[in-house]
Design a protein around this ligand. Structure first.
Ligand code: ZN
Length: 316
């Protein structure tokens, strides 16, 4: 049986970031505002190292390249998913991501980016941008040129525990006061549509990618009006979404409600977003403090969770 693989997150400073990744999660962070914790990643822009166990110190991308048996022999040049915690003290840019076909052609063979957000915490009265109101490319381009952001962008109120699926081609932005667990394809391709005319520390504006955004916006997607989770919880497990790229579940473990989660998949990503507990896999027991992220590799056995905690798990 394969042991669980615990990863050391990579923290990224961001203009719009805050201090909760240090204050709430205890991560070692660089100076200044920190927006993103790349928690489970083999992406070259933030490749996590293994913490402890047989593979201690190895980059996660090395495990993917050299030990594909840990992933059940899954095919692909790169580990397909990327898990982040995002601390948006301030608004992120209004953006859109391409699909696999567009990204492969225009971004050096990159994957496209389908992503989803589980809202760990949200400011009272907070909201988020998901979707836009233009009918076609001409209208979209015109509204951008005229700066009619209030007419163009679909804002949705958010609360702790909400969930949003963001398909490629959907205009979106995480807005200030939001803490999110993001599950996404392993891609770093973002087309920025609007950045509120903010300046970086050196006085420069961040680059916009208006033409690419106009190219990739999907005018058929329905803009949601709520992020409320309506799926039923079954034995502590709530199915948040199933897409061609990933399946995401929330697991709630209570003092009197342990949860056993089957692991028949090539791999399983697990993040402890609230509370603490422990997990038994095979004949090993592991502590799970808040903010722990691990990958249960292929053939690691079913996961028996106890404690008082909330987890987000995903697999392909
Ligand atoms: Zn995005």
């Amino acid at each position: 049986m394969n042991e669980l693989i615990f990863l050391q997150p990579v923290l990224h400073g961001k203009l719009w970031g805050g201090h909760r990744l240090h204050d709430d999660y205890g991560y070692e962070v660089p100076e200044g505002p920190v927006g993103e914790c790349w928690a489970i990643s083999a992406h070259p822009h933030g490749d996590c190292r293994v913490a402890g166990g047989t593979w201690d110190g190895k980059y996660f991308s090395e495990l993917w390249a050299e030990h594909r048996e840990l992933f059940g022999g899954l095919e692909g040049d790169e580990f397909p998913l990327l898990i982040k915690i995002i601390d948006a003290e301030d608004d992120l840019s209004i953006q859109v991501h391409p699909d696999d076909v567009y990204a492969n052609e225009h971004e050096n063979g990159s994957l496209g980016k389908r992503e989803c957000w589980y809202v760990i915490d949200a400011r009272e009265g907070g909201d988020i941008v998901v979707g836009q109101r233009a009918q076609n490319r001409d209208e979209f381009a015109q509204m951008i040129e005229d700066g009619r952001w209030d007419d163009l962008l679909n804002r949705v109120p958010i609360q702790k525990g909400d969930f949003f699926q963001i398909d490629p081609g959907t205009v979106h932005a995480i807005l200030g006061g939001t803490l999110i667990l993001e599950t996404q394809q392993s891609s770093d391709v973002t087309y920025r549509v609007y950045d509120f005319d903010r300046r970086q520390a050196d006085g420069s504006l961040r680059e916009l990618h208006i033409q690419q955004a106009i190219d990739v916006v999907d005018f058929d997607v329905q803009a949601p009006t709520t992020g409320k989770v309506t799926a039923a919880e079954v034995d502590g497990v709530t199915r948040l979404v199933e897409t061609p790229n990933y399946v995401v579940d929330r697991i709630v473990v209570g003092a009197d409600a342990p949860v056993t989660y089957a692991q028949p998949w090539p791999f399983l990503n697990v993040s402890v977003i609230e509370g603490t507990g422990s997990v038994v896999a095979g004949d090993a027991t592991y502590d799970l403090p808040k903010g722990t992220h691990f990958v249960a590799p292929f053939d690691s056995g079913d996961l028996a969770f106890t404690g008082d905690m909330t987890l987000i798990v995903s697999h392909v």
